[in-house]
Design a binder for this molecule. Structure first.
Ligand SMILES: [Zn+2]
Length: 417
């Protein structure tokens, strides 16, 4: 069924790599049919503010949202955080997962993300037995995304071992299909992920060759590198390369602790790199070489990952700010480059999916900052988002926040009681 054509006059918009005034966009069947700077605009709804293409959340674990404000309370490490994350994972079943993920996806839309790559590994019942419908938990995420109105790429994730050569422990039995072959039988042919090189043994990695898209956590922790070197004599990046798993269809997530050789390999193979600065900050992971990876030839994207923060503007700003702290130099990324990172190269252009994110350029944060791409990247926060359109439909309007907050509250309270 086709949807009625709609049109907006955008007060200011990011089109063709620059900000333009009075951009008329026409939308039909979820795609832009018309994008005209200074086009005629009688009888067309005017959207004040600065409008961007939809922002892409390239790495998410929806249920981690339940940990915000809780795991930060005490000292700890990535590994103690992981214990708390597992405790929450234990309480989820398909129904509760729909409720939680729908609220989380709505929070993402409110922040300006119109698409999400969900790195999904919570497959089975608490004792490890598959559900009667073996993809029940993944289907819960699909339903939640449909109901929220966000575009979902469900990455069915293979997780077989808790560490190099170690079997799954505790709640990890919910993640494991036993072997990569059995994972493939359950997951089918769609988008895939390898949890990490510690979670899938080397002799089973060939199952993932040719998968596109394929995502994998990479070198988030020095410990993963040390253990990989001890087990296989190579870095995790080199291991993936040797197994034929790097390339433009692959996205490595984090890529924080890399050697020069790793950076070169990822760049030469045109592998995508998803960085998650607010999560890496929260977990004290370190600052990865995002700019060097970009210069080496990788497409860099962002993700909200653990959802300690859901704010694409903060992630983008962090790319530049973290680099400043690490190098004690300013000006590594331009705002235009960061918008390209945030949108994963998507544009407001004829034929593209009709996603629009409008930010208020007159808020206490953004007023007086020029109303251009620098406003978006160096001044705005997710609180400045006033309207979000995904596939041509309005999925968030300022004022919806109260309802989203109540949904999150209800969904998360149930998991901690
Ligand atoms: Zn992750």
């Amino acid at each position: 069924m086709s949807e009625p054509a709609t049109a907006y006059l955008l007060e200011r918009a990011w089109v063709d790599g620059a900000v333009h005034d009075d951009v008329l966009v026409g939308i039909e069947d979820g795609r832009f049919t018309r994008v005209e700077v200074g086009g005629p605009a009688e009888g067309v709804e005017r959207l004040p503010g600065l409008t961007l293409p939809g922002l892409a959340n390239d790495h998410s674990h929806a249920f981690h949202r339940a940990l915000r404000g809780r795991t930060q309370r005490d000292k700890g490490t990535f590994w103690t955080w992981r214990e708390q994350m597992y405790a929450v994972a234990e309480g989820l079943d398909p129904d509760r997962y729909v409720t939680l993920a729908r609220a989380v996806f709505r929070e993402m839309l409110a922040a300006g993300y119109t698409s999400v790559s969900e790195f999904h590994y919570l497959h089975h019942q608490p004792d490890g037995t598959p559900y009667a419908a073996p993809r029940a938990m993944g289907n819960a995420l699909v339903l939640a995304a449909e109901e929220a109105g966000i575009r979902l790429t469900l990455l069915d994730t293979c997780y077989l071992s808790s560490g190099f050569g170690a079997p799954p422990e505790g709640v990890q039995v919910r993640y494991s299909d036993g072997t990569a072959q059995r994972w493939a039988e359950r997951a089918g042919a769609g988008p895939a992920a390898i949890h990490s090189v510690r979670a899938v043994p080397r002799d089973q990695l060939q199952v993932f060759r040719g998968r596109d898209p394929l995502h994998v956590h990479l070198s988030e922790q020095p410990r993963e590198n040390d253990e990989c070197l001890a087990a296989y004599g190579v870095t995790p990046t080199r291991l993936l390369h040797d197994e034929g798993l790097l390339g433009p269809g692959t996205t490595v997530v984090h890529a924080t602790h890399l050697t020069d050789d790793d950076v070169e390999l990822l760049g030469a193979t045109r592998t995508n790199v998803c960085v998650t600065p607010t999560t890496e900050r929260d977990l004290a992971d370190g600052i990865g070489p995002a700019r060097r990876l970009h210069e080496a030839g990788c497409r860099v994207t962002i993700g909200s990952d653990s959802h300690a923060v859901v704010d694409p503007f903060e992630e983008l700003r962090a790319l530049e700010m973290d680099e400043r702290l690490a190098t004690r130099e300013r000006g590594h990324w331009t705002a235009a480059e960061l918008l390209d990172v945030g949108t994963r190269g998507r544009a407001i252009a004829v034929g593209a999916p009709a996603d629009l994110v409008t930010i208020d350029t007159r808020s206490p944060r953004t007023a007086g900052t020029g109303g251009d791409e620098n406003t978006a990247v160096f001044a705005a926060t997710s609180a400045d988002v006033v309207r979000v359109v995904c596939d041509g439909g309005v999925v968030f309007s300022k004022g919806d926040e109260d309802g989203i907050g109540r949904e999150l509250d209800a969904a998360i309270a149930g998991l901690w009681s």
